[in-house]
Design a protein around this ligand. Structure first.
Ligand code: SAM
Ligand code: SF4
Length: 350
């Protein structure tokens, strides 16, 4: 019937129409298992069994934006704000490298305190002094010139989730910004030679299955090297405090369909997925994900990077987190990725 037809097409052609994605998004019961198995098969065939670990350093929780869903939004006055010095960032990266994490993600709120040259200098030192294999940036919307400077300094990848493909919803949830501007930046990042990461939030208030299908098609159109797909988690100090969280099963379905349509993209089993369910990351890895981003922010600051409450792994030592993540990977008969784990589209990747 319809579901099996759409699934077979996705598995073989890695291409679906909006209507067919909608059919897969409505999978129930055993269909969900079949979707997961298909995604897992495509993941294994196109990327193998390596799970790449990326250490994420959340170096500032100051943000000039006011996204309705996020705990770091500027109007949240109940959050203690912090900034890591360049020295602290380098030390955190050294510690991560010592624990066998070859690549680093630098993430923050939109914080103009870190000027383009300051961040460029940090990127350069991460690569030259610490020997970090690959640097990913995720610091929001900046100018073309800023992105260019960072690329020249050695940044390899950039994560800028499109969040939702519904332009009206985007504008409502991210006051003062537009989907169009976001997409323009993704285009710039592509031009500058970054490995580009987008992604969405599943279960945003006002979102429909149609929007989710459009999200998946957009990621395919952008031909992203990475996509972060995670559930919405309401934060008590935001206007969306009373909204229900995104559903586990729906998030897994979106992840699996993204894998079917983007066979070679790096897809993380997101921290948000691990936060809404204790087995969330495991399930993510079984529904097409091949990346995990353990938190390598220094402990005194970690609890203040509160995008949403109850973040998975918040109170663990990095060593403990890594042991349990490695056990998880081994228990699924997978391997920990070696080397920088570049996109297979990039020469010398994989
Ligand atoms: N400020 C940068 C930006 O927005 O691109 C990077 C940091 S931002 C905290 C990273 C991601 O957190 C966003 O792309 C968004 O998808 C996610 N996020 C924010 N609030 C969330 C929430 N309440 N539930 C789930 N994900 C959330
Ligand atoms: Fe700032 Fe990013 Fe949070 Fe929006 S999602 S408030 S830009 S940190």
């Amino acid at each position: 019937h319809e579901f099996m037809e759409a699934l077979a097409k996705a598995r073989e052609a890695h291409s679906l129409e909006h209507r067919e994605i909608l059919i897969l998004l409505q999978a129930r019961g055993e269909e969900v298992d079949a979707l997961g198995r298909a995604a897992d098969g495509v993941r294994a065939a196109s990327l193998g069994d390596e799970v790449h670990l990326r250490g994420i350093i959340e170096f500032s929780n100051y943000c000039r934006q006011n996204c309705l869903y996020c705990g770091l939004r500027r109007d949240n006055r109940n959050l203690r704000r912090y900034r890591l010095t360049p020295g602290e960032i380098l030390a955190a990266a050294r510690k991560a490298a010592g624990l066998g994490l070859p690549t680093i993600v630098l993430q923050s709120g939109e914080d103009p305190h870190y000027t383009a040259p300051v961040l460029a200098d940090i990127i350069r030192r991460l690569k030259e002094e610490v020997g970090v294999g690959a640097v990913t940036l995720s610091v929001g919307e900046r100018s073309f010139e800023d992105y260019r400077l960072w690329r020249e300094a050695g940044a390899d990848r950039y994560l800028l989730k499109h969040e939702t493909a519904d332009a009206a919803l985007f504008a409502r949830l991210r006051p003062g910004t537009t989907l169009q501007d976001r997409l323009l930046r993704l285009k710039w990042l592509r031009e500058l030679g970054y490995q580009v990461g987008s992604g969405n939030i599943v279960g945003l208030p006002g979102q429909t299955l149609k929007t989710l299908a459009a999200d998946i098609l957009l990621m395919r159109e952008l031909d992203v090297e990475m996509a972060g797909i995670g559930p919405f988690i309401p934060h008590p100090q935001t206007p969306l405090a009373k909204e229900p969280p995104g559903e586990l099963e729906l998030t897994l379905k979106v992840l699996a369909i993204a894998r079917l349509l983007l066979p070679r993209a790096h897809l993380p089993a997101t921290t948000a997925l691990g936060t809404i369910h204790p087995q969330g990351r495991r399930m993510g890895l079984c529904f097409g994900a091949n990346v995990i981003m353990p938190d390598t922010t220094p402990p005194p600051y970690r609890c203040y990077y509160q995008i949403y409450p109850g973040k998975a792994g918040l109170h663990e030592e990095m060593e403990t987190t890594l042991v349990s993540l490695k056990n998880l990977i081994f228990s699924l008969n997978r391997r920990v990725g070696s080397g920088p784990g570049h996109s297979p589209k990039i020469q010398g990747g994989m």
